[in-house]
Design a protein around this ligand. Structure first.
Ligand code: MRU
Length: 336
């Protein structure tokens, strides 16, 4: 990759401002955890694993600024970070891991605690990059030379600490010499598909065609899609998957057309504390993102809007979970 989505330099977090892609590849940096929270809320930093990594860095940065470290102050910062976005479990997983790590060092000299928290945040980042590589390796077994893949939203390098989850599979196939064609759903309303997925696939010279979200059914019927691969924000114990709004519709279409539907994710995206997808809190976004997306008003004044950022795809629509630990059969997988 010729860009770094997140990077810790001189105890500051540097990130790509994804709100201005694809027109500008612009970096921001800060050593103020509140500015990192704002960046997460504004989707300058987005994608479940990337949000978790950024929050881990933010916690280490925040702690390094505290004169009097205490359990209460760590919990307060952790809670502020967790309130930035509700659906991606990686955020909660990474922040809790940092708090547990702090607990291990509580009582040690302040400088040592701070140094250790920075080490732990870097480890979370590195581990995510390694998990992406493993996901890519495992997922590539499902794809052959000449196949076409549909993806929704952006589950690539921009969304993770490494090569991505869904797109990690595509990059790994390319490295193996397989020629693939990717269809990228535009992904309304914030266009992560057209702005981010198409941009990053083009950086890596992957053959990609942008389609509007409502075209997938027609392409599937025409036999143009062999596989669907998406990422995930949270997967519950029964295998239900929360991911970008529109994922469920694609899964239903894939089932109807007998096209395998894969979810690529690291182990940290599983939430074993929740039984089913009904228990997942779904973030709602502001009406302006729909009525005035990217500047131009496209609905009458005072239009009522409902804009969930994610939906839940029930486990019976999923053929395989492509994980860092290997391929896990979903309820839709053929029993062999
Ligand atoms: O609102 P976003 O852009 O953060 O939503 C991102 C997604 O839905 C991704 O598919 C998901 O986080 C997986 S990223 C590996």
């Amino acid at each position: 990759m010729n860009f770094k989505t997140l990077e810790l330099t001189d105890n500051k977090l540097k990130w790509i401002d994804q709100t201005v892609l694809p027109l500008e590849l612009s970096y921001k940096s800060s050593d103020d955890y509140k500015e990192i929270i704002t960046a997460i809320k504004r989707l300058e930093i987005r994608g479940a694993p990337a949000i978790g990594i950024a929050a881990a860095y933010a916690l280490a940065i925040a702690v390094s600024k505290e004169k009097n470290l205490s359990e209460e102050c760590i919990i307060r910062i952790a809670d502020e970070l967790k309130a930035s976005r509700p659906t991606a479990v990686n955020l909660f997983w990474a922040v809790d891991r940092m708090v547990e790590y702090y607990d291990k060092y509580q009582g040690q000299p302040r400088d040592e605690i701070i140094e250790e928290l920075f080490y732990e945040s870097v480890r979370i980042h590195k581990e995510d990059a390694e998990m992406c590589q493993q996901i890519g390796e495992h997922g590539s077994q499902l794809i052959k030379d000449g196949d076409t893949v549909l993806t929704h939203c952006n589950a690539g390098a921009l969304a993770t600490g490494g090569i991505g989850t869904a797109l990690g599979v595509i990059y790994t196939c390319k490295q193996q010499g397989k020629k693939l064609h990717v269809y990228a759903d535009e992904t309304r309303p914030l266009l992560q598909g057209s702005r981010l997925t198409v941009w990053e696939l083009q950086q890596e010279n992957i053959d990609v065609t942008l389609i509007t979200d409502n075209s997938a059914g027609m392409l599937m019927r025409q036999g143009k899609i062999n596989h669907v691969i998406v990422g995930a924000d949270r997967v519950t114990t029964n295998g239900d998957v929360a991911n970008k709004i529109g994922t469920f519709s694609v899964a239903v279409l894939a089932k109807e057309h007998n096209i395998p539907f894969y979810v690529a994710l690291p182990e940290s995206t599983f939430d074993y504390s929740l039984k089913t997808g009904d228990d997942i809190i779904i973030e709602e976004r502001s009406s302006e993102e729909v009525t005035k997306g990217f500047g131009k008003q496209t609905a009458p004044d005072n239009t009522q809007v409902y804009s969930p950022a994610f939906d839940v795809t029930p486990a019976e629509y999923i053929s395989y979970y492509i994980m860092d630990t290997g391929l896990r059969k979903g309820k839709r997988a053929k029993i062999t």
